[in-house]
Ligand binder design. Structure first.
Ligand SMILES: Nc1ncnc2c1ncn2[C@@H]1O[C@H](COP(=O)(O)OP(=O)(O)O)[C@@H](O)[C@H]1O
Ligand SMILES: [Mg+2]
Length: 473
């Protein structure tokens, strides 16, 4: 058996049960013994009541010694106690049993007892009665008093204790055997119950935990009980689910990152390799070097985005919250993108509730959000399409929306657009996209305690909206 919770539990319960049974059995035995002696004394009291008139009759000379002796012998057999009659001063004058003949005419009543008897008290003892007897006896002495003469002596009835106790011992035996059985059965029941309710389920959870720790992350615990152990198993499975999810994300992330890094490196290697071994003609070298340069820029962007994301998500990045004019940020960002806007011949609308809308936020980070979103709008808008950007104040929030004409996003895109490395069209956008822009935007806004969402607008375009908290004047 494993030492631990289980053996401690068994030991504790066993001790509790054993102690309770021992106490109960002990009390029962003591109670039964006193009950038993009480019954015996009642019986002897009735016997004394029968002897009393006979003794008085004898003392008054109404009966011979032989007749008295006969009567006493009969009563001895009936009550199973040998009977001695003593006079007022404690001298024995009649015995029922031959072995006690030697006591005749001897003073055997202890002086204290005579005093008690004189006062009319009954005496009961369990001992050798002042060395009168050579073994422990139950002695019961009832005074005899006469209406006219008062105290006239006493009736002493003795029973060997071992004889009295014989039936008692049988009862004790039954009580203790039953108690022992009860303790053993209780232990067996406890053993099985605790195995079933606690030990085995805990073992299962333990086993699953080890399996998971060793990499078998699909392992789960199957416990259906409704108690705390069942709850523990549920929580455990829930935890295992999150671990599995995190592990899956991690693997996916690593594979994505590796993939994203591999393609530019392969291109760079190809271009430079081609130049070095002369496959690329000298007049085209510059062109291929510029392609290689673009790829290094893409790598830089990727690494910067990854570092940003990890910094934001690990909470290393503390926000420097200040009052900022979100409209001004939008205006400046749009100007920054003017060359691209002109290149794609886009129509860009900007509409504001007021000229200036002040919000609370980290200036650099909010600029990053706006830049990423406008960059996406310009990147994914159809050629010669429309982009509109606006802010609206509602209560203590400012809603910033960026709309661009485009094909509506699919169900799948709407679901995964915030995932790292999500790109709707891998081939077309691969040169300029990392799939990290929106996750960064979302992380920044989450860190600000703000919200962002995307929706298709009437099948003509896509609109991203995020919130900021209004600054108090
Ligand atoms: N304004 C938009 N219109 C249409 N599709 C968009 C828009 N913004 C993002 N997407 C889609 O979501 C994907 C992920 O965007 P993002 O995380 O910014 O990465 P990236 O811009 O590097 O591709 C994009 O590849 C594109 O397919
Ligand atoms: Mg982007």
């Amino acid at each position: 058996m494993k030492k631990g919770l289980f053996s401690q539990m068994i030991a504790t319960y066993t001790i509790i049960i054993a102690v309770s049974f021992i106490i109960v059995s002990g009390l029962l035995s003591v109670w039964f013994e006193s009950y038993y002696f009480q019954q015996r004394e009642d019986e002897l009291y009735r016997g004394a009541a029968l002897i009393k008139p006979v003794a008085i009759n004898y003392m008054q000379g109404g009966m011979s010694y032989d007749f008295l002796n006969d009567t006493l012998q009969n009563l001895e057999r009936y009550f199973n106690a040998n009977i001695l009659l003593v006079g007022k001063y404690g001298y024995v004058y009649a015995v029922s049993d031959e072995t006690n003949v030697k006591l005749l005419d001897k003073q055997i009543i202890l002086s204290g007892d005579i005093e008690q008897l004189r006062k009319g008290n009954i005496i009961a003892r369990k001992d050798v009665y002042g060395d009168t007897f050579n073994m422990p006896v139950h002695t019961y002495i009832v005074p005899i008093s006469d209406n006219s003469n008062g105290f006239e002596g006493a009736i002493m009835m003795n029973t060997s204790l071992s004889e009295i106790k014989r039936p008692l011992i049988k009862v004790y035996y039954i009580i203790w055997v039953l108690a022992t059985f009860a303790i053993i059965i209780a232990c067996i029941v406890i053993y099985h119950l605790s195995q079933k309710i606690i030990v085995k389920p805990l073992g299962k959870i333990n086993y699953a935990a080890r399996k998971i720790a060793n990499g078998d992350i699909e392992k789960r615990v199957e416990i259906k009980s409704e108690d705390e152990i069942g709850e523990l198993a549920n929580s455990f499975n829930y935890m295992a689910d999150s671990i599995t999810k995190i592990e899956k994300n991690r693997r996916e992330f690593i594979s994505n990152v590796s993939h994203e890094i591999r393609s530019p490196i392969t291109s760079i290697k190809g271009f430079i390799g081609g130049i070095l071994d002369g496959v690329i003609p000298p007049e085209k070298e510059k062109y291929y070097l510029s392609l290689a340069y673009d790829e290094t820029q893409r790598l830089t962007r990727l690494v910067n985005d990854l570092l940003d994301l990890s910094a934001i998500e690990s909470g290393q990045l503390t926000l420097n919250i200040t009052k900022l004019n979100i409209n001004e940020i939008i205006r400046r960002t749009v100007i920054k993108f003017e060359p691209k806007i002109n290149e794609k011949k886009l129509v860009v609308d900007v509409y504001f509730d007021k000229d200036d809308s002040y919000a609370m936020g980290d200036m650099d980070r909010i600029m990053q959000v706006v830049t990423n979103l406008i960059d996406n709008a310009i990147k994914y808008v159809v050629n010669e399409g429309k982009v509109s950007i606006g802010t609206k104040i509602k209560g203590d929030k400012i809603f910033i929306s960026i709309y661009n004409e485009s094909n509506p996003l699919s169900e799948d895109a709407l679901k995964h657009i915030w995932d790292r490395f999500y790109k709707k069209d891998k081939s077309r956008t691969s040169k300029v996209s990392t799939g990290l822009g929106l996750p960064i935007v979302q992380s920044i806004l989450t860190q600000h305690g703000e919200d962002i969402w995307v929706k298709n607008v009437k099948d003509t375009g896509v609109e991203f909206t995020f919130t900021l908290t209004k600054a108090n004047n």
